[in-house]
Write a protein that binds this ligand. Sequence first.
Ligand code: GDP
Length: 193
Amino acid sequence: MKVTSSDIVISAVKREQYPDTTIPEFALAGRSNVGKSSFINKMLNRKGLARISSKPGKTQTLNFYLINEILHFVDVPGYGYAKVSKSEREAWGRMIETYFTTRDQLKAVVLIVDLRHPPTADDRMMYDFLKHYEIPCVIIATKADKIPKGKWQKHLKVTKETLDIHPHDHIILFSSETGLGKDEAWKVLGEYM
Ligand code: GDP
């Protein structure tokens, strides 16, 4: 898809603040610092729309981006940041559970993982949670530029096996540095719309 417009429409804390539209949505989830903002910016051809390396744990909102007036990206605050208090973590859990389990417009969750390392326990928990609710997932294995091409398949295999990926879910090699995987990611998201 060729992105011609993208803008943040709301940073929502509560359900009442979610945009009152029926257009399809994709939520973006991942561990803090995994490269989620960079993924969003790359997909939207924008440099600073999603804030790169904003203070982890600070943005406890769901950020809705309207793209080409026809779909939303919903940026979910990153998880797995150690310095977040228990009460903040619980608030985060309530917010994402409400969103993931009640939002009819949600077509799929884009789960961003780091291709270089096996998915973490938090990544696995997030994936299992999404599968429990039978939400389709697109796994983005990012930072591919940081490992040699000859090792990509081996790392992909570890990622697939560690998450125990459902046969219907896609996994896509990605790099926000080089743009690798961008066209494929748009193609797969298009299939869910
Ligand atoms: P977020 O916390 O998940 O939103 O992560 P960011 O997008 O802020 O990225 C965290 C760090 O990883 C930043 O220094 C980015 O420049 C870097 N980064 C993100 N994606 C890539 C990538 O595909 N390749 C490389 N080499 N660095 C990346």
